[in-house]
Write a protein that binds this ligand. Structure first.
Ligand code: HEC
Ligand code: HEC
Length: 103
């Protein structure tokens, strides 16, 4: 790739990640989307008006915690204000199902 193009691209990606809480999380946690441990076929496709993932993976309310067996609330990186960040709306761009269902 053209080196001149790469520089602004890198700057952009750093800017995007700068909003995420660094805290003490391992670097891999910040950049690696967790695998989806359940089938997703029933929830696809995601359309501009319908995103079934959000029925369960909701914007966390204050005090809401991650609990085993319960749908994990959306992490702060996925939320802007009181809405899902548009860059995170297409869940399947980043998250993959552990064992995809046979079609
Ligand atoms: C019917 C409710 C439901 C729907 C709809 C749903 N999920 Fe889940 N999801 C769950 C549950 C329950 C878990 C397991 C939480 C746990 O690890 O105990 C889970 C786990 C996950 C995880 C792993 C979270 C982690 O902390 O590692 C991801 C990623 C995920 N789902 C993505 C998706 C995506 C993408 C969609 C839409 C295609 C979707 N889910 C639709 C209930 C749902
Ligand atoms: C641009 C890539 C990207 C998209 C799109 C995306 N995610 Fe994620 N997701 C990540 C990454 C990276 C992480 C781990 C770091 C973090 O928590 O931000 C993550 C973490 C998660 C977690 C785990 C949170 C936790 O506390 O363990 C859930 C649940 C989740 N995403 C659900 C979704 C759902 C539902 C959608 C669609 C509405 C979605 N993601 C769209 C990249 C993405």
């Amino acid at each position: 790739m053209n080196k001149l193009l790469l520089v602004p691209l890198m700057a952009l990606s750093f800017a995007a990640f700068a909003q995420e809480p660094a805290a003490d999380a391992a670097i891999t946690d910040q950049f690696t989307p967790p695998m989806i441990p359940h089938p997703v076929a029933a929830y696809l496709p995601i359309t501009p008006t319908k995103n079934a993932c959000l029925m369960c993976h909701q914007i966390p309310k204050p005090g809401m915690q991650k609990m085993k067996g319960m749908p994990t609330p959306l992490p702060p990186s996925h939320v802007t204000g009181d809405k899902v960040n548009p860059n995170r709306y297409e869940c399947m761009l980043c998250h993959a199902e552990v064992l995809p269902e046979k079609k």
